[in-house]
Write a protein that binds this ligand. Structure first.
Ligand code: PLP
Length: 477
């Protein structure tokens, strides 16, 4: 493909994407395909002679779109949002166009420097303490990871190394293997699956502590677990607190957990994958009270902050622990400016890294702080509107509601809500998923799409009601 054809193909694709988003409401959110559907339509081998891009684009609509779940439909209410915005899409395009690999400052100075600057902008926008920022006097800093899962694992690996070194310093007779075999980490029973996975990948048992009836982990529960495990000869090294759990968007008591971790010298990592974006609005920052006590903090700009996947922001109070944990050098990676700017390969698992700061920069500049705040506040007010609709129908109850998530159910036995969810899902117009909270089966309703309007919420509710009416008929008394 030459540059003339690229211009044609690229422009046609921009039109295709804009049309897709403009008309995404008209598509069923859930596809009607069954496993293996695509195999029947696509040849078994790569074509020998290159094809025309028009034929390929034609097949996108004919073959691919029927198998797509439309995450950006205003009627997608499952999981949590995944961000999508035009500035971020164009940023992705430019990142692909430049196509550099920024593992060190020298490998592409702008890639590193824009990441340092945008992570400082973003940290300030969230109201994080100065010491987490690259622009502070201290050793703190921010980096873009691919996912919150990676951020949690990176934090754990750094905490593990830190604990091995400090334990060995105090007990020189202990070998690295002895210490590593005794390390333990903690999180709540509501933590995301990725937290448990980080423990598996790092070979550190991740202990799930019981949360309270509202899904929150408290300091007392952690203190008691650490006391018990230390008495048994184990070495606590890492705690993951969640701000905005996946199930119900519950917030662990960060102040209490932070106090315990600081007393015990245990690394505290905050997973605010979804809810972190709300802290761009000063009125929600009370939810991260105690953040100054943590060692690392992550949130996904690719969830609720308009930056397309992947863009997980991670800040650490002391980046030297990451560099010490992950520093593997080779002559071909060295350069004459080392030490004057971060070489981000030391802050992450892979060697290679994309120019992800471009899409973040485009979003921050083109939306501005007020544009991003408007987006977050709009989603929260749409969730409140949905909550009102539910509360106005006596057949239903709202079990919990936080930020852009409302957990609701039909009053009575769980089987009624299960039946409702099955019917809604079978009709494919909405996508909702369940969770258990307070010993009840509930449906999670999340405002996800950037383009959602109040009419869309009313329309989603009408769809839910139409199925509820077949299960529990509506009466006026
Ligand atoms: N943490 C929480 C609280 C989440 O809700 C999620 C995903 O929804 C994750 C972590 C995982 O995020 P990622 O896919 O970026 O690893």
């Amino acid at each position: 493909m030459n540059s003339r054809e690229f211009r044609e193909f690229g422009k046609a694709m921009v039109d295709y994407i804009a049309d897709y988003i403009d008309n995404v409401r008209d598509r069923d959110v859930l596809p009607s395909v069954t496993p293996g559907y695509l195999e029947k339509h696509i040849p078994k081998e790569t074509p020998v002679d290159g094809e025309n891009w028009k034929d390929v684009l034609h097949d996108v609509e004919k073959l691919i779109m029927p198998g797509v779940t439309h995450w950006h439909s205003p009627h997608f209410h499952a999981y949590y949002p995944t961000a999508q915005s035009y500035p971020a899409i164009v940023g992705e395009m430019l990142s692909a166009g430049i196509g550099c690999i920024g593992f060190s400052w020298m490998a592409s100075p702008a890639c590193t420097e824009l990441e340092v600057i945008t992570m400082n902008w973003l940290g300030k926008l969230l109201g994080l303490p100065e010491e987490f920022l690259n622009c502070s006097e201290g050793p703190g800093g921010g980096v873009i990871q691919g996912s919150a899962s990676e951020s949690t694992l990176v934090g754990l690996l750094a905490a593990k190394e830190k604990m091995v070194r400090s334990t060995q310093k105090n007990n020189p007779s202990l070998s690295e293997g002895d210490i590593k075999g005794k390390l333990v980490a903690y999180t709540s029973d509501q933590a995301n699956s990725s937290v448990e996975k980080s423990g598996i990948l790092a070979s550190v048992p991740m202990i799930h502590l019981p949360s309270d009836t509202k899904g929150r982990l408290s300091g007392d529960v952690l203190r008691e677990a650490i006391r018990r495990d230390k008495a048994a000869g184990l070495i606590p090294c890492y705690v993951v607190a969640t701000l905005g759990t996946t199930g119900t968007c519950a917030f662990d008591n960060l102040e209490e957990l932070g106090a315990v971790c600081n007393e015990e010298g245990v690394w505290l990592h905050v997973d605010a994958a979804y809810a972190g974006a709300a802290f761009v609005c000063p009125e929600y920052r009370y939810l991260m009270k105690g953040v100054e006590l943590c060692d690392s903090f992550t949130f996904n700009a690719h969830k609720w902050m308009l930056v397309n996947f992947d863009c997980s922001a991670l800040w650490v109070k002391d980046a030297r622990y990451l560099v010490e944990a992950f520093n593997v050098d080779r002559i071909y990676l060295q350069h004459q400016h080392e030490g004057k700017a971060p070489d981000y390969r030391h802050w992450q698992i892979p060697l290679g890294r994309r120019f992800r700061a471009l899409k973040l920069w485009f979003v921050l500049r083109i939306y501005g702080t007020e544009g991003i705040r408007r987006h977050i506040r709009n989603h929260i007010s749409l969730a409140k509107h949905f909550q009102e609709l539910v509360l106005n129908d006596s057949r239903f109850e709202v079990v919990t509601s936080n930020l852009g998530l409302v957990c609701f159910r039909l009053q009575g036995d769980d089987s009624l809500t299960k039946e409702l969810l099955e019917k809604v899902t079978a009709n494919k117009k909405l996508y909702l998923i369940p969770c258990y909270t307070q010993q009840k089966f509930v449906i999670r309703f999340v405002v996800c799409s950037r383009i959602t309007t109040i009419e869309d919420i009313n329309c989603s509710w009408a769809e839910i009601i139409s199925h509820a009416n077949t299960i529990v008929p509506y009466t006026t008394d």
